[in-house]
Structure formats: C-alpha cells, structure tokens
Design a binder for this molecule. Structure first.
Ligand code: ZN
Length: 199
C-alpha cells in the first residue's frame, strides 16, 4: 500500500489485521476515521484502550468483565447450582438475550482442538473443576458449539465431571453443525436448552 502516506498505510494495516476486515474494509474504515472530528476519534481510541486495560476474567465464571466478579455471578437471584459451560463470552451473551436461563455460566475461552494444538490445559477447565469442588452444584449443562471441537470438548468435560456425581447434560443438537451459538436465534437456543439430555 505504497500509494498512501506512511501513517495512513499503518492505520490500514492495523485495521486489516482484525478478524473479518479485509483490505477494502480497512481502507473504508481508515478514511471514515480520518474524516471524523478529532474528538470522536479520541473517544473511539479511549474506549478501546480503556476496555483493554480494565477488562479481565471474572474470578468465578471466567467471562470478560470490568469487575472482579461479573454481574451474573454476583446476582443472588440467579440459580448458582446450575452452570452452563460455553466456549466464549459471546455464547453467554446469546443465552442471556433469551432472558429465560436462570442459572450461571462458565466460559472456557475456546474448545479442545487437537488439529490446532489446543489441549484441555489451554482452555479454562481447571477453573471449572476448582469451582465444582468448592460450590454446591447440581447440574452442569455443556453448551459448547456442535462443531467437532465443541463435541470433543463436551465429551472431555463430561468424562471429567462424571466421577464427581454431578449431573452433566448436553444441549440438544438442532443447532446447525459447526454453527457458532451466537448466530443462532433465541427460539432455537431455548429449544436446544429444553431438549438437553444427560451425558
Ligand atoms: Zn462471572
């Protein structure tokens, strides 16, 4: 991208390194930003930096939050004896949008994938097991995606938890294979939850 000045090229380069942003989108965004009032650009930049600086993992469910314990984990009205295991915070948001699920969550931040060299130690499974040993839990609902990695993770989680005597269930398929939970509509999500079966 030599036909742009150094700083513009650098900006386009940074934007195009983001997921889903190709060269064309990066250029469109860059020129849009360059035409924005400086105060708006500063607000955008500050929002990015502040979020990155302040957001951390909830010390209970591991979701991304700007507090030590996230609002769901610290809500006494939630059913803390039911834990739904999801791959990332976006899946959690998808279930929250339905407004029907009353339990709490555990966010793994990934799924086991031998192909990509992601093993059980690379996702937040240890934290889940520690949580199960220190709190009264009656059911763990495994709501990982229905991709190969999601299914592999579900089997692994179930094998880990079974010996503890805690009920382990898996959301029903009917969720499109390989589909990211966050893209599935609320009705399908609720049906998958209601149709869960024991593992
Ligand atoms: Zn939490």
């Amino acid at each position: 991208m030599d036909y742009y000045s150094k700083q513009i090229s650098q900006m386009i380069g940074e934007l195009s390194s983001l997921p889903g942003i190709g060269d064309k989108s990066a250029q469109r965004l860059a020129f849009h930003i360059l035409h924005m009032p400086e105060v708006d650009v500063k607000r955008l930049a500050d929002a990015l930096v502040d979020a990155r600086h302040n957001v951390r993992y909830c010390s209970c469910c591991q979701t991304l939050t700007d507090q030590d314990i996230c609002p769901i984990c610290s809500n006494p009205k939630r059913d803390h004896s039911t834990i739904m295991v999801v791959e990332d915070s976006r899946d959690m948001a998808a279930y929250e949008k339905t407004g029907e699920y009353q339990g709490v969550y555990h966010v793994l931040h990934g799924a086991i994938s031998p192909m990509q060299g992601i093993g059980p130690d690379d996702i937040r499974l240890k934290e889940l097991m520690e949580r199960l040993s220190s709190t009264e839990v009656s059911e763990v609902i495994v709501a990982t995606n229905s991709s190969l990695e999601g299914e592999t993770t579900a089997m692994y989680v179930s094998r880990l938890i079974k010996p503890t005597g805690i009920r382990v269930s898996r959301i029903a398929s009917g969720v499109p294979v390989g589909g990211d939970l966050e893209y599935i509509d609320e009705v399908t999500l609720l049906r998958a939850l209601e149709g869960r079966r024991d593992l």
